[in-house]
Write a protein that binds this ligand. Structure first.
Ligand code: NAD
Ligand code: UDX
Length: 485
């Protein structure tokens, strides 16, 4: 197969940056250039003190080893296109906000613009690789655009190569992926292009983990993988509601169920709801695809995974209000964690944002602490989440703190919204002393040792709830059929 020596990646975000940095590290014979329209982002990738635009454990080390050697960051997209043999398109594909399919379909505008630019600028043949998550058959549209706009003697082969990395573990996932998936047309040229990309990965990925399939299967597999992962979380979260109403412990139930080798133990952690830029977006995309294909039952099935997630977030903030004696107006709540999961500074679709929005609408005061999220991002997210409030009024109700202990000072409740390890090691006895009493902890991640905190004096949700409500539930059951006096 064609030996690739020059790779371009369009899009220097959470996927393009780490993925292509790792390719540069593992393939010193390949020159990798990552371009973006966003000058600030590129400047950060190039910053002399490696103040990179995204936080990801191990990423800085990879960039330190390769930057300036065979890894380059630039805003010169045209130059990058002209020089490359293989181009990853790794731009954002957010949910459409308006027009046909608003709220469900993926916005493919950025993919299309990047594709048109490739067609307009390329003077030699290229392999164009869809790295972004896209609806099934997007490669077909890309090919049509490329072929309609290309110069003579320029041929374009399109591959689908979805990315399965998870944030917070991106570098480990890229070093040792469960699999690399490459989709191509089953023509001779398609298979040759596929082999050329497989050759890049085989520099560090065992060949039995490089799966080659048809283009449409590859595109759909990405949506399917995210839908099935999210479905596990919604299933376990649905069960957590039953646990809280009966006194069963969701961690114990998940553990028992996950012991079945057919189910497996991973991705069964009950939570305040999943967040992140992918799960909700990709499921809604699958829902839209199903509807477009006149498969309403299929659409309804997947939609329920997102609805259960919304329910879980609502249920959690309602629990906080109910427990704090049905009102949180004027009360102070500490929210620990603002990122959508641990080990990332990314806040996209973070459950924390929804909770804080709910608390603010009840006119509570909120103290926020997150080890990695930058302050300006918090203000941006809260402004977007609370369109009826000015930033000034948000700032009157919200304080951003530098530690969990500071955030907890003089509050009536602590909400754990992100599973940062350091929240386990908080000086809970000290925190307890500085809080108003009764002091509540709402553990949205089942992170802390509820027994230990209860011994200190905290009232810990979900476990205390068992005593609060189960009796009344059982009382109701016991009274059925009993004659009233
Ligand atoms: P991102 O927003 O972090 O990065 C996308 C970048 O592309 C932005 O910096 C943007 O400025 C740039 N861009 C957009 N149009 C451009 C153009 N025409 N030319 C040059 N640059 C352009 O997004 P992300 O999180 O990296 O996601 C990218 C894609 O990968 C999405 O389709 C997403 O669904 C998919 N994906 C994301 C993850 C994840 O964990 N974040 C995992 C797997 C797949
Ligand atoms: C996900 C997929 O895992 C990854 O393969 C894909 O490429 C991109 O989307 P990501 O969103 O980065 O990755 O993180 P992930 O670890 O999947 O977590 C998503 C959300 O689910 C987080 O909010 C996390 O806290 C939550 N989660 C995860 C749970 O609530 N319970 C779990 O058991 C696992």
């Amino acid at each position: 197969p064609l030996k690739i020596t020059k790779i371009l990646c369009i899009g220097a975000g959470y996927v393009g940056g780490p993925t292509c940095a790792v390719i540069a590290l593992k393939c010193p014979h390949i020159t990798v250039t990552i371009v973006d329209l966003n000058q600030a982002r590129i400047d950060a990738w190039n910053s002399p003190d490696f103040n990179l635009p995204i936080y990801e454990p191990g990423l800085e080390d990879v960039v330190r080893q390769c930057r300036g050697r065979n890894l380059f960051f630039s805003t010169d997209v045209d130059k990058g296109i002209r020089e490359a043999e293989l181009i990853f398109v790794s731009v954002n594909t957010p949910t459409k906000k308006s027009g046909v399919g608003a709220g469900f379909a993926a916005d493919l505008n950025y993919v299309e613009l990047a594709t048109r630019q490739i067609a307009a600028v390329a003077t030699t043949s290229k392999i164009v690789v869809e790295k972004s998550t896209v609806p099934c058959r997007t490669a077909e549209s890309m090919r049509t655009i490329l072929e309609a706009n290309s110069k003579p003697n320029c041929r374009f082969d399109i591959l689908s190569n979805p990315e399965f990395l998870a944030e917070g573990t991106a570098i480990a996932d890229l070093f040792q992926p469960d699999r690399v998936l490459i989709g191509s047309l089953q023509t001779r040229e398609g298979k040759d292009a596929c082999a050329a990309l497989a050759n890049v990965y085989s520099n560090w990925v065992p060949e039995n983990k490089i799966l080659t399939v048809g283009l449409w299967s590859s595109e759909l597999s990405k949506l399917a993988a995210n839908a099935m992962l999210a479905q596990r979380i919604s299933s376990v979260n649905a069960l957590s509601a039953i646990c809280e109403a009966t006194g069963a412990n969701i961690d114990e139930v998940a553990h028992a169920v996950g012991y079945d080798s057919r189910v497996g133990p991973k991705f069964l952690k009950a939570s305040v709801g999943f967040g992140g830029s992918c799960f909700q977006k990709d499921i809604l995309n699958l829902v839209y695809l199903s509807e477009s294909l006149h498969l309403p039952e299929v659409a309804a099935y997947w939609r329920q995974v997102v609805e259960m997630n919304e329910y879980q977030k609502r249920r959690f903030s309602k629990r906080v209000v109910d427990t704090l004696f049905n009102t949180i107006t004027g009360k102070h709540i500490a929210v620990l964690g603002f990122a959508f999961k641990a080990d990332t500074g990314d806040t996209r679709e973070s459950a924390s944002i929804t909770l804080i929005r709910d608390f603010l609408s009840e006119r509570a005061f909120v103290n926020i602490y997150d080890p990695k999220v930058i302050e300006s991002q918090i203000w941006l997210d809260l402004s977007e989440a609370c369109p009826n409030m000015s930033l000034e009024s948000i700032k009157k109700q919200v304080k951003i703190c530098n530690s969990a202990v500071e955030a907890a000072l003089n509050t009536e409740a602590i909400v754990i919204a992100t599973e940062w390890k350091e929240f386990k090691a908080v000086a809970w006895t000290e925190v307890y002393e500085h809080m108003k009493k009764p002091a509540f902890v709402f553990d949205g991640r089942l992170l802390v040792d509820a027994d230990e905190l209860t011994k200190i004096g905290f009232k810990v949700y979900p476990s205390f709830f068992f005593f609060g409500s189960v009796h009344s539930q059982f009382d109701k059951v016991a009274t059925i059929g009993r004659p009233t006096a």
